[in-house]
Design a protein around this ligand. Structure first.
Ligand SMILES: *Cc1c(COP(=O)(O)O)cnc(C)c1O
Length: 370
């Protein structure tokens, strides 16, 4: 008697794997890779030195508890190291939140155009993703709260959000938290915290004060350590303990741990990346706005990228712009894969890269509308 081949769980069959930003052009020269919100200057030289120094220990397992890194984070942010958990990127930690607090029959809530991983994190544990309507690419707290049901176990919010760049102010973050039931985990994903300006809530104070809040951060963006896969999160012991039970034992490599510690200490490197990004984010948004007659719009961004919206029809679409930019060696993120066929997301690169992207966009618009 023959049995059928193994069959994946129905909720796994229902999910769409994450589609990463393009990394190359199949051999053609890349002028600028602006598709994954990476630090264009690379990691701090001090981080590179620290990582190089531990390569010879690669036969040894890393510290399973990322102890020194958690202590460094505790000192740098004024938080308790034993309430910090490190992950294989904050990506792993998002999955751990969903896995520890939601499952079949539960709902995981987030806003439309939220970070793509939230849908995957919900579905892979059998939970039901619930998407609240957005407000012109931003989170509307009332709409989000209106979507909460007795089955809502986790609410994910990226602030600033990716791929939109939109930010809600600290008062709105606190109002959102205040409106959530106490048994619902509020996961505040602050991957772009360092790029936000003004009245900003990174979630650390909320997570100290409330048992249902977790604040998540990453070394992949401003710290320039995306390849090392280091994320961290801060919450009260009830949440941290649940996540510790299900995480992989040696989840952050030794290079990642020492690289992150050195990167954290090089505050000058971070500050320069931050100042550069804010300056060129504004410049890039201005260049897009200057093409407003052709129907282009820059969504106001608090992160290290600018979301550009194009007309749905006519010669100047996002799909055509993406093709023209790729032709010029400029790799951005065309968001059709995230149900945003009118949008491309352009990461802020070096000055040269950012100027090249803006020039290519302008050439495309002028050619298409000539
Ligand atoms: C990039 C990103 C992350 C983190 O990615 P890791 O590399 O896994 O740390 C988390 N959330 C958002 C919204 C992001 O854009």
């Amino acid at each position: 008697m023959t049995r059928p081949a193994p069959r994946m769980k129905s909720y796994v069959a229902d999910l769409h794997a994450y589609v990463p930003g393009k990394a190359g052009l199949g051999g053609r020269p890349v002028v600028a890779k602006l598709s994954s919100n990476e630090n264009p200057f690379g990691p701090s030289p001090q981080a590179i030195a620290a990582m190089t120094a531990v390569l010879e220990n690669s036969n040894r397992y890393p510290d399973p508890a990322s102890t020194a890194l958690r202590e460094a984070l505790g000192a740098a942010h004024g938080i308790e190291a034993d309430r910090v958990i490190c992950g294989t990127g904050s990506d792993e930690l998002l999955h751990l939140v969903a896995g520890a607090f939601a499952g079949v029959g539960d709902e995981v809530l987030y806003v439309r155009h939220g970070f793509a991983v939230y849908d995957i994190a919900a579905r892979r544990v059998g939970a039901t993703p619930v998407v609240a309507p957005d407000d012109d690419y931003a989170c509307n707290v009332d709409t989000l709260l209106a979507a909460v049901t007795p089955r809502t176990r986790v609410v994910f919010l990226a602030n600033p959000n990716n791929p939109t760049g939109t930010l809600i102010p600290a008062s709105e973050v606190r109002r959102l938290h205040a409106g959530l039931p106490a048994d619902c985990v509020f996961a505040l994903d602050a991957a772009y915290a360092e790029f936000a300006e003004g009245e900003y809530e990174d979630g650390l104070a909320l997570a100290r004060a409330h048992a249902n809040v977790i604040a998540l951060r990453t070394f992949s963006k401003i710290y320039g350590l995306a390849a090392q896969r280091v994320g961290w999160a801060y919450a009260q012991p009830g949440i941290i303990d649940a996540m510790q039970r299900i995480r992989a034992p040696f989840n952050v490599p030794t290079t990642g741990q020492v690289g992150a510690i050195a990167a954290l200490a090089d505050t000058g490197w971070v500050e320069r990346a931050r100042a550069h990004t804010i300056q060129w984010r504004q410049w890039l948004a201005g260049e897009v706005t200057a093409l407003g007659n052709a129907g282009l719009r820059a969504i106001p961004s608090a992160a290290n990228f600018v979301l550009v919206e194009f007309p749905e029809h006519g010669p100047v679409t996002a799909a055509a712009a993406n093709a023209a930019l790729l032709e010029d060696g400029i790799i951005t993120r065309y968001l059709a894969v995230q149900d945003m066929p009118r949008c491309i997301r352009i990461s802020v690169g070096t000055e040269d890269e950012t100027r090249a992207a803006a020039a290519a966009l302008r050439r495309f618009v002028e050619t298409a509308t000539a």
